[in-house]
Ligand binder design. Structure first.
Ligand code: MG
Length: 404
């Protein structure tokens, strides 16, 4: 079973304050961009990452709220506890998603699987006043397809004999674990839907793809590879580094150097936990405490600053203006994936990744031994010579860090 909260952050805000029900609600005021929104806001055309000031101007009727991550975490825990009434074997996958293994529970509970899903969905609705979508199938990859099938408030079961009927209507890039770069590669090989991949034989798959994708292929064919893992996670949903400096500056090189330093620190933390980011967000905060930010999708998950920095540098002009004076910069690594799920030896660029990985192993060891700053990127140099005042403004912190 895979359970996914529907517009979770916005739903929690509405559960906390029911007078918001039916209204377009956007969360993300403190970050300056829409990080979550209700279905009513989505219907207006609001997308993830849209700047708050633009939403304000274009859709004055939208209710804009700062993220309240303490509440989201509380609701999340309560939601998972409801699921645990039916099975202990639950894996907290993210703040609003979990996998749970229901195998065999239909008999002792004297209910069909469908009935169990309905009961769970109803209890979450009644006790927490939030809506979830639930999918059930033989494997995690298929359960994810099922929970996404009908949203919000959906319940979808994919029995083994109907799997292909679902996969034929599912584009390959919608499959959990298949990134943008891999789907482009697979498209070139004639794989457009998940069905196209599922029906390939093992020889073709092992020739064309690396281990994580062979596992996805197996799971598409109802062979369980990834078991539900009920162990508590000690990883992070996102990693952020931010710093306020003094005096404030309009110098783009100095700001890029600060961002480089933020990124270097965040990447180092990610490597420590064997995590790689699929998305990177940067922000600049002005003297007037206004935020300007943007979010970038990486072609492949990474924790190597030398790979990410050139991409960030290209986006920087979108948030920077020479007539503003800035006091803080920040970098957030988002959509973290653990080390095992990487796209190994599939593409040429991996050689470059590997090379940097070896270098960073050595650098990380030096930093461990002699302290932060003993070795750093040349692009971070200016930031190191700059006087700083305090480390971090607490209001800049991404509270998502609290979770997982
Ligand atoms: Mg969700």
């Amino acid at each position: 079973m895979h359970i996914d909260g529907d517009a979770f952050f916005a739903s929690v805000e509405i559960a906390k304050n029911p007078s918001l029900r039916g209204k377009p609600v956007v969360v993300g005021k403190e970050r300056g961009i829409a990080s979550a929104f209700s279905y009513e806001a989505k219907a207006l055309g609001i997308t993830r990452g849209l700047p708050i000031y633009q939403i304000h101007k274009r859709f004055p009727q939208v209710v804009i709220l700062p993220g309240d991550y303490i509440s989201y975490t509380t609701y999340s825990e309560k939601m998972f506890d409801i699921v645990r009434r039916y099975t202990d074997n639950l894996e907290e996958y993210s703040i609003d998603e979990c996998f749970a293994d229901l195998t065999g529970w239909d008999k002792p509970l004297k209910m069909s699987y469908e009935k169990i899903l309905l009961r769970i969905q109803n209890e979450i609705k009644e006790e927490l006043d939030i809506s979830v979508s639930i999918g059930l199938a033989s494997t995690k990859v298929l359960a994810k397809v099922a929970s996404k099938w009908r949203k919000p408030g959906g319940i979808t079961l994919i029995p083994d004999n109907l799997v292909y009927e679902f996969l034929i209507k599912t584009p390959i890039e919608k499959i959990w674990g298949i990134g943008r770069r891999t789907s482009v590669y697979l498209n070139k090989k004639g794989i457009i839907t998940a069905y196209d991949l599922a029906i390939k034989d093992e020889a073709w798959v092992t020739h064309i793809l690396s281990k994580p994708y062979i596992e996805i292929w197996k799971e598409l064919n109802c062979i369980l590879v990834s078991k539900v893992d009920p162990r508590k996670k000690d990883t992070y949903a996102s990693i952020q580094k931010t710093r306020t400096f003094y005096p404030p500056t309009s110098n783009p090189e100095m700001l890029m150097s600060q961002i480089s330093k933020n990124l270097e620190g965040a990447c180092s933390k990610a490597r420590h936990y064997s995590l790689r980011a699929s998305r990177v967000a940067i922000f600049l905060k002005t003297q007037e405490f206004r935020y300007y930010s943007c979010e970038i999708s990486l072609l492949a998950p990474s924790n190597i600053p030398e790979i990410i920095l050139p991409i960030v540098r290209k986006e920087f002009p979108k948030v920077f203006r020479s007539d503003r004076v800035y006091r803080t910069t920040g970098v957030t690594l988002r959509d973290l994936v653990s080390g095992e799920m990487r796209q190994e030896s599939l593409f040429g660029e991996d050689k470059k990744d590997k090379k940097f990985e070896i270098i960073h192993k050595e650098v990380d060891a030096l930093v461990e031994k002699f302290g932060v700053g003993v070795v750093h990127l040349a692009s971070t140099n200016k930031a190191f010579r700059k006087q700083t005042r305090g480390a971090t403004d607490t209001d800049d912190l991404d509270r998502n860090l609290l979770f997982l």
